[in-house]
Write a protein that binds this ligand. Structure first.
Ligand code: NAD
Ligand code: ZN
Length: 345
């Protein structure tokens, strides 16, 4: 079968023919119905410093997936052939201090599916049964594969109340766009999005942003103050990883407001902590991964509610993997929302 494989420690990846694998103990084999590209896959493709320190080649890439179980390995009693599943990427130990406090999302022994082992950019893939999430039969595969990143967005947006609340989202990359969809479904108003890329500001509008601002041309803090009659936003959701966006967002948040930080910063960040956080009594949440398994229930229900506007976010669909290089290059150039492959055409 064809698979997108990181064959060597260098830029790029290759489409190669590999054998369909056999599921070992605790594993299942799935037929991959849909699989989407994550920012992490892009880092592996580009072979950045993090990828160089973590990835062992050769390895099949990819971890966001919707698939059907076609073979069950020894000892698996939670899944059967025909089950329609997606996959939680954090494989946790269940034994450490964090896990024993039900904080599986911060397990200190976490292994990552598609990063520390073969992934799902193939026609068939091995999945650890303990990380499978069963989907309702009617859920379209292109939505089901988005559940993993949607979990990040849900944990960011719903870390506190948001219905009827003014909200600033900085960064409308794939994750910020999913954040906009969740915030709108949850009843946030107005949703203001700060994003320098025109293409992504347009997408943000399509997903449901009430206002968009280009932070490279206009002061987003002044923009927020104008929209909120000088109050600032109740909720600030950081999805860009840009130090400037963090500072602007904190400045644009109303005293006593809530801040959720998902974006990862490329370096140490400095800002006026006293005046921007402490004297404003902001409630600040760091967000990592998604809660196991509470967030998956929320994500699945939100999709089934029909209230999540996901279609404009899925900007590129590919049948098979033949054009995977085009897909990665478009994503690198910031010219995509989510990219989804349908391996079986
Ligand atoms: P992305 O790089 O595609 O999107 C970031 C967006 O921010 C881009 O559209 C960019 O134009 C925009 N941006 C740049 N400078 C800005 C500024 N000054 N103000 C506002 N917007 C600005 O990334 P993504 O895949 O959407 O992921 C978003 C962030 O979440 C990344 O930093 C990623 O590393 C991080 N992340 C965190 C977790 C976690 O568990 N905490 C998980 C996955 C991804
Ligand atoms: Zn653990």
């Amino acid at each position: 079968m064809p698979a997108i494989v990181k064959t060597k420690p260098a830029y790029g990846a290759e489409l190669v023919e590999v054998d369909v694998p056999k599921p070992g103990p605790g594993e299942v084999l799935i037929k991959v119905l849909a699989t989407s590209i994550c920012g992490t896959d892009l880092h592996i493709y580009e072979w950045n410093e993090w990828a160089q320190s973590r990835i062992k080649t050769p390895q099949i890439m990819g971890h966001e997936v919707a698939g059907e179980v076609v073979e069950v390995g020894p000892g698996v009693d939670t899944l059967e052939v025909g089950d329609y599943i997606s996959v939680e990427t954090h494989i946790v130990c269940g034994k450490c201090y964090a896990c024993r406090h039900n904080r599986y999302h911060v397990c200190q022994n976490t292994k990552i599916f598609g990063v520390d082992m073969d992934g799902v950019f193939a026609e068939y893939a091995i999945v650890p049964a303990q990380n499978a999430w069963k989907n309702p039969k009617g859920m379209p595969p292109e939505y089901a594969t988005l559940q993993e990143p949607l979990g990040n967005a849900v944990d960011t947006v719903l870390a506190g109340p948001i219905a009827g609340m003014s909200t600033l989202i900085t960064g409308a990359g794939p994750l910020g766009l999913l954040g906009i969809a969740v915030a709108k479904a949850a009843g946030a108003y107005p949703v203001i999005v700060s994003e320098p890329s025109e293409f992504r500001r347009k997408l943000a509008k399509k997903v449901g942003a009430d206002y968009v601002v280009n932070p490279f041309e206009e002061d987003p803090v002044k923009f927020v103050m104008d929209v909120t009659d000088g109050a600032g936003v109740e909720v600030f959701l950081e999805f860009s990883g840009a130090p400037k966006a963090l500072e602007q967002g904190l400045a644009a948040t109303t005293p006593g407001g809530r801040v959720s930080l998902l974006g990862l910063f490329p370096r140490d960040v400095t800002f006026d902590m006293n005046n921007l956080v402490i004297f404003k009594a902001l409630e600040v949440h760091g967000i990592t991964g998604r809660h196991l398994w509470e967030t998956w229930y929320t994500v699945s229900s939100l999709i089934q509610s029909g209230k999540l506007n996901l279609d404009p976010i899925i900007t590129h669909k590919y049948k098979g993997f033949d054009d995977f290089e085009e897909a990665f290059e478009l994503m690198r150039a910031g010219k995509t929302g989510k990219v989804v492959f349908f391996p079986h055409r």
